[in-house]
Design a protein around this ligand. Structure first.
Ligand SMILES: Nc1ncnc2c1ncn2[C@@H]1O[C@H](COP(=O)(O)OP(=O)(O)OP(=O)(O)O)[C@@H](O)[C@H]1O
Length: 287
């Protein structure tokens, strides 16, 4: 399975939401899609899922254009913060409907997840709380087992224990049934360990796509005696500085080579990794 996006742009009336985006998702991995509010995440995902047609550029899923292509659309599950206020079916009836047009749907697994999230099977879905509706979206998204599964901020309203169940089940199911999984989120520090690759878009433009491990190795936090730290970081790009008495901690952006790392350690400085959260904030902050 692969997704190729080439020079994709999307304009709503006169507002340009996506500008010339080119990227490729190949391989059954979990991709974290990050971007600030209004960056264009939902716009990009809705084009991928054929909910919208691109204004220009192209997108192919396994070599085929997905828009109005029933065969491809069946392979893509797009879960978002959907409003179920008019849904008078209960969970079971709803899932049975979905199963009819989703070839890989696993009802036993859906039942297992319903138990995990403790959803009432008899209640009409419109009476579910916000968090329960989000759990339902997670259940549909995971049990559909679509080769391309997209979760667009689907955790909204879910409490911390429920989000934890979501992350654990997602990792387990991805291991057993690998697929292209795209997670768009603002909860960067909570979800970063899930990502194999990270894609960042900023103001409608592509900013980067990189493996998670390689991306976080692009920064480091240097901590120790103030003067020694200042000397060490003087030629580096500094993301964040904290100081307490004579101890200073500076987050830098830019890979450290082995020599630099050993020099820092030999001076008694501590070298620690940076978080995706910090890199994300730095890479997308306003100038
Ligand atoms: N239906 C629409 N009509 C006009 N403009 C829209 C529409 N939907 C989105 N936009 C605009 O397109 C831009 C991108 O919006 P989008 O929802 O894709 O961003 P996002 O990254 O998902 O944001 P958030 O993190 O806040 O959910 C924003 O400036 C938004 O105002």
């Amino acid at each position: 399975m692969n997704i190729k996006v080439k020079n994709l742009s999307l304009t709503y009336r006169n507002h340009v939401a996506l500008k010339d985006i080119t990227l490729e998702l190949s391989g059954e991995k979990i991709y974290g899609l990050l971007g600030r509010n209004g960056a264009g995440k939902t716009s990009l995902l809705s084009v991928l899922a054929s909910f919208r047609e691109a204004s220009s550029g192209s997108i192919t899923i396994n070599g085929e254009e997905p828009f109005e292509n029933a065969k491809i659309m069946q392979q893509v599950a797009f879960m978002y913060d959907k409003d179920y206020k008019d849904e008078s079916d209960n969970v079971k009836d709803m899932l049975q409907d979905i199963q009819r047009y989703r070839p890989n749907f696993d009802m036993d697994y859906a039942e297992y997840l319903i138990e995990k999230f403790k959803l009432n099977k008899k209640k009409p879905v419109k009476q579910f709380s916000k968090g329960m509706q989000s759990a339902l979206n997670v259940i549909i998204g995971l049990s559909t087992r679509a080769p391309v599964t997209i979760f667009d901020e689907v955790y909204l309203g879910m409490d911390a224990p429920s989000r934890d169940i979501f992350y654990k089940e997602l990792l387990k199911d991805q291991q057993n049934h690998p697929r292209i999984m795209i997670l768009s989120t603002h909860l960067v520090s909570e979800m970063d360990y899930l990502f194999d690759e990270v894609i960042i878009i900023n103001k409608g433009k592509f900013l980067l796509q990189e493996e998670y491990n390689s991306l976080i190795s692009k920064g480091a936090t240097i901590t120790g005696n103030r003067e020694l730290v200042d000397n060490f970081v003087q030629a580096k790009e500094q993301i964040n500085v904290q100081q307490l008495g004579d101890t200073k901690s500076v987050m830098i952006y830019g890979e450290l080579d082995d020599h630099e790392r050993n020099t820092a350690l030999a001076k008694g400085l501590e070298v620690a990794p940076v978080s995706l959260h910090d890199l994300f904030v730095h890479l997308t902050e306003e100038e």
